[in-house]
Design a protein around this ligand. Structure first.
Ligand SMILES: Cc1cc2nc3c(=O)[nH]c(=O)nc-3n(C[C@H](O)[C@H](O)[C@H](O)COP(=O)(O)OP(=O)(O)OC[C@H]3O[C@@H](n4cnc5c(N)ncnc54)[C@H](O)[C@@H]3O)c2cc1C
Length: 391
């Protein structure tokens, strides 16, 4: 399939059949969705590399390229796109952009919005449009790239993307520190705000979830994972400095992992959304909450009391949680989620259900930004007048 063929197909649909269209990249985020009477537009064959001027540290690719394949291509030039994606062998670049997914390195490296410098897309009438360019300095007009990042396939089909890249770091390290309470964790996080070090990631795992790579130190406590990347001597110095800074808070245990020894722990933190960190039974429901970083530990405390396995990107106020296996009905899930929903509502946050049984009547989202909704609807009306991308 080519981008021109895809545009023709969309145009034919908008003039003749007028069936709703559902973009599917790798399908990792939409496999449990039951949407009837739609045509699935599979994008994983739209996967060519258009241009890779490695010395400019940019790459232009079609949006259906798998994330693992993109990583292999960039590795050959010692470069990377520092966005952590679960199931990278399946997930596509377009899917990651459309969901604006991010993982542990979000704190130090940012999100897709920081890396997409050019984009081409097809609207619901089959019209092709593009924005940005292939060079880093190309600021002109409206920033359509940012509009499409996080648009969840409801505005247009992203067909081609130009990315800004970063060099691969020489090495990385993860320091695991354990504590008995969220109060102690909060005190350490406050200290980290004034740390002499520059963490790439600050993740807090609660006692109901276990990271296999750090299981021997975690032992049913709160685990704070602080990640560093850079030149070897720089990373070594930061790890030593962090351990010295954390000493006054008396962690129950500490462990540092360097280089290839740290890789499994980074992978476990990235894959947490797949419920890999659950000790036994599979979780019935997975959610993602966004709230101010200052309220994250309060949220984690409530989640822990409810038996939820949870992990927070503590520097960014994002929490991923898996309900315990003994929750077997929607009414039970509602009761468990109620205090968490009340907390996110009280601080203008949001809670999104990522995965749940299809027959559970659970609200997919609580809270969320309402400002600018009128503008969003007007943009959607322009790009998709017939509502063919709407859910
Ligand atoms: C709500 C949600 C649920 C998630 N659930 C899981 C999970 O259960 N397991 C897991 O491993 N990860 C999950 N993730 C993370 C997910 O793996 C990443 O976001 C991943 O990068 C998605 O890539 P994909 O190619 O598989 O996208 P897909 O699952 O194929 O699509 C994800 C979304 O992006 C849209 N989309 C895809 N490609 C394009 C395109 N080219 N243009 C426009 N829109 C497009 C789709 O319509 C859909 O709305 C979830 C993320 C979110 C936001």
């Amino acid at each position: 399939m080519t981008q021109a063929e895809l545009a023709e197909f969309v145009m034919a649909n908008s003039t003749n059949a007028r069936r709703r269209l559902l973009c599917v990249g790798g399908g990792t985020a939409c496999r449990d969705t039951a949407i009837e009477d739609v045509i699935e537009v599979r994008l994983d064959k739209l996967n060519r590399v258009i241009d890779y001027p490695a010395r400019d540290m940019t790459i232009t690719v079609e949006a259906g390229i798998r994330m693992a394949e993109l990583t292999r291509i960039l590795n050959a030039e010692n470069q990377r796109l520092p966005i952590d994606v679960p199931q990278a062998e399946q997930a596509t670049l377009g899917g990651v952009i459309a969901t604006n997914w991010s993982g542990p390195r979000r704190l130090g490296c940012g999100t897709m919005r920081d890396y997409v410098i050019g984009i081409s897309a097809i609207d619901a009438t089959g019209r092709r449009f593009s924005a940005g360019g292939r060079v880093v300095k190309n600021v002109a007009g409206y920033d359509i790239c940012k509009l499409l990042v996080g648009s969840k396939g409801e505005l247009a089909i992203i067909s081609q993307v130009t990315l800004k890249l970063r060099p691969r770091p020489e090495t990385s390290a993860l320091v695991g520190l354990t504590f008995d309470s969220t109060r102690q964790v909060e005190a350490v996080l406050a200290r980290l705000l004034n740390s002499a070090t520059r963490p790439m990631a600050i993740e807090v795992v609660n006692p109901h979830a276990t990271l296999n790579s750090l299981a021997e130190v975690q032992s049913k406590r709160f685990l704070v994972c602080v990640g560093y990347e850079g030149a070897t001597h720089e990373v070594q110095w930061q790890v030593e400095s962090l351990i010295a800074e954390a000493q006054p808070f008396e962690p129950r245990s500490a462990k540092s992992l360097f280089g290839s020894d740290a890789e499994p722990a980074w992978a476990e933190l990235t894959d947490f959304v797949l419920s890999g960190a659950l000790p036994s039974a599979r979780s019935p429901l997975t959610f993602k909450a966004s709230l101010p970083p200052s309220r994250t530990m309060e949220f984690l405390q409530l989640a822990t009391a409810a038996g939820i396995s949870a992990k927070a990107h503590a520097g960014n106020g994002i929490v991923l949680g898996h309900l315990p296996g003994n929750v077997t009905a929607a009414v039970q899930a509602d009761a468990v989620l109620k205090p968490l929903s009340e907390l996110v509502n009280s601080c203008n946050g949001s809670l999104t259900v990522l995965r749940s049984p299809l027959d559970w009547p659970i609200a997919p989202q609580v809270g969320g930004v309402t400002a600018g909704r009128e503008w969003s609807e007007r943009i959607q009306q322009q790009l998709d007048p017939l509502g063919l991308f709407r859910r």
